[in-house]
Design a protein around this ligand. Structure first.
Ligand code: 13P
Ligand code: SF4
Length: 392
């Protein structure tokens, strides 16, 4: 475990109004629905926070486990007992029954899924409740329900709803109730193959890119993939377009992965003729097709870790993971395709001060920031999650 907190300088990040400088150390402005934590945590430096997290963990022993998504910052991921992509962490939550407390260093939809899949005696804690996912927010539950009604009217009972893991529990429950399923970036192709064995078509939300990239890999022509814009009547589509479609793609995207371009790949290849390019499938189809490989965060970590010394890797995913892979593989050249460093600002909201606060509260016998999904939602969301776990 590192004994020092790494505080990164301010970053440039994309906002609704363009690029802006965002202070990384205390993103208080973002924490609209995270209650303030005691002021003393903000006065502690890195080594002090590390020591306090470590002391609280010693006190809790194996009652506590810390899960960390690959995009977590260094000063947080250092505490993770298990690291992984969203699929690996969900599987862990479904299988490991010992720990009473699961502190999930990731974003809200991941913690919700862990709560749904874990045992009733386990409590899932998200250090900062403001750690959401802007892509998940692009599929509002009411909008999806309204789209589903419209689609049933036009296409009848021919559609399986498939939600990407990056979505609210209510949407996973909607899929569970309607014969649908959840997928992640590591199993989308298997899950879609399962869905097509059930019915003729798929409604895929919220990430149009993962849906399109997966459809293309399965040999589905682009003309048979329609994009549903929730702001327009009938998704902005004609009846003919809908009738022709095999995948109806929700118009959602990840703003971190939207930054990667084919030009960046061309420049990387010009600079390093031997470079291998690996990107996350949340990137556009053009970027995925220009890359050598695409896959989940776990796939990206594995392919680079197992690559021979001297190999060169240009990576199209979140910067915390890319920087970690560069540091952990000093015998290789690993760099981010995007010269503007743009972390996932919501993942970044899990600051070590929040982590210290939640674990010290647990050690004192108080549960704070517990993520809970109501029983009815959890029941149906679990159906859709378990269909994924059985398929993948
Ligand atoms: P993974 O499932 O590959 O970890 O991706 C999650 C995510 O949010 C990527 O942006
Ligand atoms: Fe959501 Fe994109 Fe962040 Fe992943 S990188 S958690 S999809 S905003």
């Amino acid at each position: 475990m590192a004994d020092e907190i790494l505080l990164l300088p301010d970053i440039i990040c994309e906002t609704d109004t363009g690029l802006a400088t965002v202070p990384l150390v205390r993103e208080r402005a973002f924490a609209a629905w995270q209650h303030d934590i005691p002021q003393e945590y903000w006065t502690l430096d890195g080594p002090a926070l590390t020591a306090r997290v470590a002391a609280a963990r010693r006190k809790l022993g194996n009652r506590l486990v810390v899960l960390g998504h690959h995009y977590q910052r260094e000063d947080v991921i250092q505490f993770a007992d298990f690291k992984g992509d969203s699929f690996k962490l969900a599987r862990w939550a479904a299988e490991q029954r010992q720990a009473e407390y699961i502190v999930f260093c990731g974003v809200h939809f991941m913690a919700e899924s862990a709560d749904i899949l874990s045992a009733p005696h386990q409590k899932v804690i998200l250090p900062n409740m403001a750690a959401g996912c802007s892509m998940a927010d692009m599929a509002g539950t009411d909008d999806v329900l309204a789209a589903w009604d419209d689609l049933q009217e036009v296409l009848g009972d021919t559609i399986v709803p498939v939600t990407y893991m990056n979505s609210a529990a209510a949407l996973k429950a909607f899929c569970g109730r309607n014969g649908g399923v959840v997928c992640t970036s590591s199993n989308a192709q298997k899950v879609l193959a399962w869905a097509f064995a059930q019915k003729q078509r798929v409604l895929f939300f919220p990430d149009q890119h993962l849906g399109r990239n997966t459809g293309v890999k399965m040999g589905i022509p682009l003309e048979e993939m329609a994009v549903w814009d929730p702001r327009l009547p009938l998704g902005g589509l004609t009846r003919e377009e809908l009738e022709r479609s095999r995948i109806i793609l929700w118009k959602g995207h990840c703003s971190v992965h939207a930054r990667f371009t084919v030009d960046q790949i061309r420049e990387a290849r010009e600079r390093y003729p031997d470079v291998q390019v690996v990107v996350h499938p949340e990137c556009s189809l053009e970027v995925v097709q220009a890359a050598d490989y695409d896959g989940s965060t776990e796939f990206i970590a594995k392919i680079i870790t197992e690559a021979p010394a001297g190999s060169v890797w240009a990576v199209g995913t979140e910067i915390n993971l890319v920087s970690r892979l560069a540091r952990e593989n000093p015998d290789k050249t690993v760099f981010c395709l995007d010269p503007v460093v743009c972390p996932c600002s919501t993942m970044y909201r899990v600051h070590p001060a929040y982590l210290a606060w939640v674990v010290e509260e647990l050690a004192a016998g108080r549960v704070v920031n517990q993520v809970t999904v109501d029983a009815e939602t959890a029941r149906w969301a679990k159906v859709a999650l378990e269909r994924m776990l059985e398929t993948a």
